[in-house]
Design a protein around this ligand. Structure first.
Ligand code: FCB
Length: 410
């Protein structure tokens, strides 16, 4: 049987804007009004108030970790205003997780920014370094007992979103598109919208390195960031194109995590690269609700690529999941993904945990239809209904993966 690392984390992931509700001071809340055909986040899953229930459901199922984020827009709603009450709120979340025996994996920035900071130019603007430092320093005061910290979620996707937001503001694009939904469809993003701009990416690497230094000095946590791993593959004869595309889409960010305590691997699907670039997902009955190819094996490709480019930084799967209305399909997908994860561990890769995206059916950046959750949420009453996949993953956790040895490895 595959030997998993001591304390291997089994859990699920979330992001503040997607579950908390009423993130009124954030740039995304403001942007939502500018997306014809898309939905508001509104009350979301009301996890701002119901986080204990969410964590309790995870613990009851047998999961040992929970990834959640701290929302900068709540901590610093105005440039000259810090909220101690909001800091205390996130401190309570950390303490609740610890009390329930759940390891908190805490993200410090997950796509959203305070609206005023976005107006200053956000993560690539003239005040970025000073504002980011101040935020990280402030947050570091509540992180006692936190072992895992993610500075920035998916800087490569954030680079795309930054580029898109600039296009909306300057009138070059009249409606927002969500990189995780429309972006997956029929190659629309890759064909008509920019790839992550390496200049933005390089600026984000600088911010990440800065946060790593501050957090190492002030906390005992392991610090890393989490990458949207593309699991790209080269088609014959297109190895150079593959290397170039990989650099722009993810290697720049993986290189930026060399020497870190861990790197977060986030994998959903895989795409080949041909002479023209990334090949759009062809229509197929097995495609997921966002139009992406059904590829549970993508996680294995992603883990190996991250391991190779970072030169052996420990790997933590911080997101992996499938938007589907069928929970049986979800279990089948996770079985496949965990099968290739075990293969990677057998090969000698240092994998520290598996955090499924997502705990809850939540707000998918403009949309509610792609359901990724282990738990369904009634959007009017906020009642949580665990799906069979939650208990199933909890059983995998309780048996340290032993229940998987009879599972199918794709
Ligand atoms: C990732 C994001 C996460 C969620 C999933 C589906 O790109 O980090 O917030 O949207 O995709």
């Amino acid at each position: 049987m595959t030997k998993l690392a001591e304390g291997f984390l089994w859990g699920a992931s979330t992001a503040p804007h997607q579950i908390e509700g009423n993130n009124l001071n954030s740039d995304f809340w403001r942007l939502e009004g500018r997306m014809p055909g898309s939905s508001y986040s509104g009350d979301a899953c009301d996890s701002y108030h119901r986080y204990r229930e969410d964590m309790q459901l995870s613990a009851d199922a047998g999961l040992t970790a929970y990834r959640f984020g701290i929302e900068w827009a709540r901590i610093q709603p105005r440039p000259d205003l810090w909220s101690n009450a909001e800091l205390a709120h996130y401190r309570r979340m950390i303490e609740t997780a610890l009390e329930l025996g759940i390891t908190p994996v805490v993200t410090l920035q997950h796509f959203t920014l305070p609206a005023w900071f976005a107006d200053e130019g956000g993560m690539t603007g003239p005040t970025a370094l000073e504002r980011w430092r101040a935020y990280i320093e402030r947050v570091s005061t509540i992180l006692d007992g936190v072992e895992w910290l993610i500075t920035i979620n998916e800087p490569n996707m954030l680079a795309i979103m930054t580029g898109l937001a600039e296009m909306v503001t300057s009138g070059k694009l009249d409606e927002w598109v969500s990189p995780t939904v429309e972006g997956e469809r029929a190659g629309s993003l890759v064909s008509s919208l920019p790839a992550p701009d390496p200049a933005i990416g390089s600026a984000l690497v600088v911010l990440h390195r800065e946060a790593v230094d501050i957090l190492h000095a002030r906390t005992a946590a392991k610090v890393g960031w989490s990458i949207a791993n593309q699991a790209l593959t080269a088609t014959p004869g297109n190895e150079q194109q593959f290397a170039d595309v990989s650099y722009v889409w993810e290697d720049l960010y993986l290189l930026g995590s060399r020497g870190d305590d861990f790197v977060g691997v986030q994998s959903y699907t895989s795409q080949p690269v041909d002479a023209k670039g990334i090949v759009p997902h062809p229509p197929h009955p097995d495609n997921t609700l966002t139009g992406a190819a059904y590829r549970p094996d993508a996680l294995g490709i992603a883990l190996r690529h991250a391991w190779e480019i970072t030169e052996g930084v420990p790997l933590l799967v911080t997101e992996n999941g499938i938007p589907t209305a069928s929970d049986e399909r979800r279990i089948e997908y996770i079985t496949g993904a965990l099968g290739v994860l075990l293969d990677a561990v057998d090969e000698g890769l240092d994998v520290r945990g598996y955090l499924h995206w997502s705990l809850l059916d939540n707000y998918e950046w403009g949309h509610w239809e792609p359901t990724f959750g282990l738990i369904a949420v009634d959007r009017d009453t906020f009642e949580r209904t665990p799906k069979p996949s939650l208990g199933w993953l909890g059983e995998v956790a309780r048996t340290h993966g032993a229940s998987l040895t009879t599972g199918v490895r794709p």
